[in-house]
Design a protein around this ligand. Structure first.
Ligand code: 2AM
Ligand code: CA
Length: 284
């Protein structure tokens, strides 16, 4: 199905325009709910949180996408049962779709709940399994990061480029502390222990999508984390690719929508980065 045919459903808006519109609308609404959410529950583990704001924002985005592109498929975090097995299954059921929207309505829910102002809306569109549009929106800073395959990545209307550090020693990295205490967290801790003494420093802001956007913008040299989902990664991965960075899984295989253990960087440090993770057995 061509973009032109699909767009004709409503006034010919481009995929990217719809993605930006969804992210901006959802983000503004989420911001008004900061400190005002009324329901908080846990999902896969005690650390895996969800509020009515996550669910409301996802519904808002799903409805808006559906209005413009009623024949497209949709994969959103809140439409999937918690846990890694259910996530993998949900992705399998839609990954062959011609057009697939991949959405995390609030990436950084823990931060949102605590009023720590670092969370984002992440929206990607994949065509036959390849991400062609990626938008990450930080409503607290009003920063919208957007990329289109082959056309570059932008923030505040300016083209983004990854940073220039050449070695791990001068790198600022980021990671997260996965909610899965049995598998992903211990592996990530091994990587952390191995990397801390070898880099300039490590940050953990609590939104994977925003960390990816920061690598694209040259604010971080790299990021890795185990056990993430397609909706945490898809948009940010395109931002980095279109900003000249490198995206693989922690073992160095190319990114695809099923990758859960991610390593991204400005490219210059990538081999060294993966080598340290592998030596620490932090990848499997
Ligand atoms: P979330 O806020 O959308 O859940 C922080 O380490 C990163 O991990 C965040 O991007 C967070 O996204 C994500 N995350 C939190 N719980 C998770 C879980 N159970 N499985 C996978 N990713 C999770
Ligand atoms: Ca989320």
């Amino acid at each position: 199905m061509s973009e032109r045919f699909d767009s004709s459903a409503v006034g010919g808006k481009s995929f990217t325009a719809v993605a930006i519109n969804c992210a901006a609308k959802a983000g503004e609404w989420i911001k008004t709910k900061l400190g005002n959410h009324t329901s908080l529950s846990t999902k896969y583990s005690a650390q895996d949180l969800v509020t009515e704001v996550d669910k409301g924002a996802e519904t808002m985005i799903r409805n808006l996408v559906g209005t413009h592109f009623p024949h497209h498929s949709f994969l959103g975090e809140e439409g999937v049962e918690p846990g890694p097995e259910a996530s993998t299954k949900a992705l399998q059921s839609v990954r062959d779709a011609e057009y697939l929207w991949i959405v995390d309505p609030v990436d950084g829910t823990t931060n949102f709940v605590h009023g720590f102002p670092f969370f984002s809306v992440s929206i990607a569109l994949a065509y036959k399994g390849e991400v062609i549009v990626g938008v990450v929106y930080d409503p607290m800073r009003d920063e919208l990061f957007v990329a289109e395959k082959g056309k570059g990545a932008y923030v505040r209307g300016r083209r983004m480029a990854v940073s220039g550090e050449q070695t791990l020693r001068e790198s600022l990295l980021a990671t997260g502390f996965p909610a899965d205490p049995n598998y992903a967290l211990p592996l990530n801790m091994k990587g952390l222990q191995a990397l801390v003494p070898r880099v300039r420093n490590i940050r953990s802001g609590g939104s994977a999508a925003l960390h990816l956007a920061y690598v694209a913008a040259g604010r971080l040299t790299g990021f890795w984390e185990m056990g993430l989902n397609a909706w945490d990664l898809a948009a940010g991965v395109l931002l980095i690719k279109e900003s000249g960075g490198t995206v693989t899984d922690v073992k160095g295989s190319p990114y695809d929508l099923g990758v859960r253990h991610i390593a991204v960087s400005n490219g210059h440090i990538h081999d060294e980065f993966l080598q340290v993770l592998q030596q620490a057995e932090a990848g499997s």
